[in-house]
Design a protein around this ligand. Structure first.
Ligand code: HEM
Length: 269
């Protein structure tokens, strides 16, 4: 066996060894331990991802003077969307998108599943809440002039979000597959069919063929469950990025302060 090398000399700065965090301090209470554990977990993730920079950029923004409750309508719409996404996932655990089983699976959710009627109710009423909120949010941005330069693109994305939200309501309405939802969807698809040029193709696409039936239900389910939520989620992400990038508009009654050099008293003197 080769002889062991002598240990390297300890640098002066390390004599005496520095205290470890918490060493020599009175023992921590359990709550403090919990808080510190949380902080170190967040630090651990941040050290490896640097996510806190982006989060700070998004959350700690300057907002104009006069910002009021009307500015919460966008976030409320987003909350309604998230609530729809969560309740929708629970409904999908029991719902069966088959022409024979759909109606019974909804009855099963309402009558047998624990809190099923509650979650179904939240999803059903939540859809109306989201539609009302999106219109109110759009009205706020319109009346506050927030669609003007440089926020035109965010308005256009908003319009796409509005159309997709209406498409969500339309495709979701058929899913219980009862008399009302069946005939309402037949009427809706026929109205689409009367549109110029693309109308007939659109209604064929929605029906999934010339006849309204089981394939229509599957198609509506796939669009409602996968396609639209994905696109809406991505567009909301872009919408929020632009809100953070461009800042929010001041209310129209708050006058912008002219730059120092252009102030009347300065120009006059
Ligand atoms: C799923 C739907 C939507 C969500 C989740 C959403 C979310 C938001 C949020 C959180 C804000 C920032 C806070 C606020 O001003 O309320 C915002 C701003 C904005 N939204 Fe939406 N929005 C949606 C739909 C729409 C629609 C339909 C339009 C218009 C057609 C629109 C146009 C705008 C504009 C122009 C701004 C900038 C406002 C400003 O600078 O003051 N959004 N949106």
């Amino acid at each position: 066996m080769s002889p062991r090398l002598p240990a390297p000399p300890v640098p002066d700065q390390l004599k005496p060894a520095p205290k470890r965090p918490g060493e020599g301090e009175p023992p921590k209470q359990p709550v403090e331990h919990g808080v510190h554990a949380g902080i170190s977990a967040v630090d651990w993730i941040d050290e490896r991802t640097s996510l806190s920079g982006g989060a700070r950029w998004m959350m700690f923004r300057k907002v104009p003077k006069g910002t009021n409750w009307f500015y919460t309508l966008g976030s409320s719409t987003m909350f309604a969307f998230l609530s729809q996404a969560v309740t929708g996932v629970f409904l999908a655990m029991y719902y069966e998108p088959s022409a024979i089983r759909a109606y019974d699976s909804i009855r099963y959710i309402n009558n047998e599943v624990f809190l099923g009627e509650f979650v179904h109710g939240m999803h059903k009423w939540g859809s109306s809440v989201m539609v009302i909120l999106i219109f109110l949010h759009m009205a706020r941005t319109f009346f506050f002039g927030a669609y003007k330069y440089p926020r035109e693109l965010n308005w256009v994305i908003g319009v796409a979000l509005l159309v997709l939200t209406m498409a969500m309501s339309f495709t979701g309405y058929l899913l219980p597959f009862d008399q009302r939802s069946y005939w309402a969807s037949v009427v809706g698809i026929n109205i689409n069919g009367t549109g110029p040029l693309v109308g007939p193709y659109l209604s064929d696409f929605l029906r999934a063929g010339p006849d309204f039936g089981a394939t229509t239900l599957s198609r509506f389910y796939a669009i409602h469950m996968m396609l639209l939520p994905g696109v809406i989620g991505a567009l909301i992400g872009f919408h929020l990025y632009l809100v953070a990038r461009l800042g929010t508009t001041a209310p129209p009654w708050v006058r912008a302060k002219p730059p120092e050099a252009l102030r009347e008293d300065k120009v006059a003197s």
